[in-house]
Design a protein around this ligand. Structure first.
Ligand SMILES: *Cc1c(COP(=O)(O)O)cnc(C)c1O
Length: 229
């Protein structure tokens, strides 16, 4: 299925109007799909699987900004640490410490988002609000990490048709984002990104204050999950 260029142009325009960064989620999709958006000027792509991301990074133009949006295992950080632009799903201090260690080896400071759990589903990853507050104080007050920079928060709403549930979960995310930003404004100037919203719910997310959306199937079509992760 070809990339939906019209959907891309409309979405890009919508994002620009709302000052939102679009991350095109290309997991499971071939290089040619990525190139077809690249040729229209898009540079920011999101991937969920380390092996797939590494392969694409090797094969595709070097000015692509790769975001890792999946669940990252500590033993795989080293493969993406040299080039990754933003890691969205940091859900523990332990993982952050491991990223810090690999970033140091590459002599980099890697921007990361803390993943917050607001959805009803147990299957979704992330820190709850209490864990998040305590992580933030370790990160910003105790300054334990020199090679990661916490750029903001990422979250996912429940998978439901009920828009009021989605709306309220995104509002919770925005409110904890605002709280942390104001609490730590003297300690960081980097905490500016709120990554929430996907193909099915990005408009609700933007109305709740998202400034980064991760959209895949709306641009690239439905995914076929027969890939190694
Ligand atoms: C796959 C994925 C997306 C994109 O989802 P679509 O519904 O295809 O837009 C966004 N965020 C995360 C974390 C994902 O895993």
């Amino acid at each position: 299925m070809p990339v939906d260029q019209a959907a891309f142009q409309d979405l890009k325009k919508y994002c620009d109007q709302h000052h939102v960064q679009l991350v095109a989620v290309s997991k499971t999709k071939p290089n040619e799909d990525i190139l077809s958006l690249y040729e229209n000027g898009h540079r920011v792509f999101g991937e969920n699987y380390v092996q797939e991301l590494v392969k694409k990074q090797e094969e595709l133009p070097k000015d692509i900004q790769w975001h890792f949006i999946g669940h990252l295992q500590s033993n795989k950080i080293k493969y993406i640490a040299p080039f990754v632009t933003l890691i969205h799903g940091v859900d523990s201090i332990k993982l952050l410490r491991a990223i810090d260690k690999e970033a140091k080896k590459c002599n980099r400071i890697i921007p990361c988002l803390l993943q917050v759990h607001v959805a009803k589903e147990e299957t979704k990853f992330g820190l709850d609000i209490h864990e998040l507050r305590s992580a933030a104080s370790e990160i910003f007050l105790e300054k334990k990490f020199q090679h990661v920079s916490i750029a903001g928060l990422m979250g996912m709403a429940s998978f439901t048709e009920d828009e009021s549930v989605i709306h309220s979960e995104f509002q919770q995310l925005k409110s904890i984002f605002d709280e942390l930003r104001s609490t730590y404004k003297e300690h960081t100037t980097h905490f500016n990104t709120l990554s929430m919203g996907m193909s099915g719910d990005y408009k609700i997310a933007i109305s709740c204050g998202s400034n980064m959306i991760r959209v895949g199937s709306m641009l690239f079509g439905a995914r076929n999950y027969n890939v190694d992760s």
